[in-house]
Ligand binder design. Structure first.
Ligand code: ZN
Length: 262
């Protein structure tokens, strides 16, 4: 069974089961410390989506990933490609509108980059308003908090950006393009704060996103020095398992009719 949307012919798309969940991975092209390359977020979220499509091909259909995100606050670091959030929302909703036009009814926007989270949330909400589709947004790390807690070796603050989890997964996927000998531990999370968190496993109660260069000297936030490929596989397997569970649930959600009470 084909799982890649763009490897179908148009008659095949016409005949496709329109209740399969179309997964659109969204990443970023940005600094991840001196030890990781610019495609970190895109590669990780793409591999997770591919794993889901392979695990449950009858339930999932995989779109090509968007390799850019909302990250202008990173632009002090060379290499960052930053898309305005309005542009990104419009671009994503153009894709979801197209899918709706062709009859698809269930879409998952799967996020691989922290600051895309509110952007994908808005794009999903706009899709629901503008189409007949169910459209869900999710950041993969929010799906695996229990697994992160089980497998992590770093304290809170060790898993944020280019830290223990991303470096471990990248080691598992593509060890030739990660340079742990250049990695430094940068834990900027404060245990004293009641409201703010700089760790992906705990989003915090309030949100402040500063300029990235004001928070970390080399772009890293977390502890990549303890990264390990086997632990990367454990994080990855958990992300595939939980995202597949989410996809199956989306597939079986009822499509509820609206009622205009004017
Ligand atoms: Zn990242």
């Amino acid at each position: 069974m084909k799982t890649r949307y763009d490897k179908h012919t148009w008659p095949e798309i016409k005949a496709a089961d329109k209740d399969r969940v179309v997964i659109l991975p969204v990443g970023a092209t940005e600094d991840h410390g001196p030890h990781m390359v610019l495609d970190t977020d895109t590669l990780i979220v793409t591999r997770i989506a591919e794993g889901v499509a392979q695990a449950i091909p009858e339930d999932a259909l995989l779109m090509p990933s968007i390799p850019y995100g909302f990250n202008e606050h990173h632009k002090d670091f060379p290499g960052v490609i930053y898309i305005q959030p309005e542009t990104l929302i419009d671009f994503i909703v153009d894709i979801t509108r197209s899918l709706a036009h062709h009859g698809f009814r269930r879409i998952l926007l799967l996020n691989g980059h922290g600051s895309n989270h509110p952007v994908l949330d808005l794009a999903a909400r706009k899709t629901v308003i503008e189409t007949e589709c169910i459209c869900v947004s999710a950041s993969y790390w929010n799906l695996i908090k229990a697994d992160i807690a089980e497998h992590r070796k770093s304290p809170m603050g060790g898993i944020a950006h280019g830290g223990e989890m991303e470096a471990s997964m990248y080691l598992h996927f593509d060890p030739e393009h990660i340079y742990l000998d250049r990695a430094e531990r940068q834990i900027v999370h404060s245990e004293d704060s009641r409201f703010f968190s700089l760790d992906l496993a705990d989003g915090g109660k309030a949100m402040l996103m500063r300029w990235w260069s004001a928070q970390t000297p080399d772009g890293t936030m977390g502890d990549p020095t303890i990264a390990d490929a086997a632990r990367g596989k454990a994080f990855y397997d958990a992300a595939v398992r939980e995202t597949a569970g989410l996809v199956r649930e989306i597939r079986h959600l009822p499509i509820l009719p609206r009622t205009d009470h004017h």
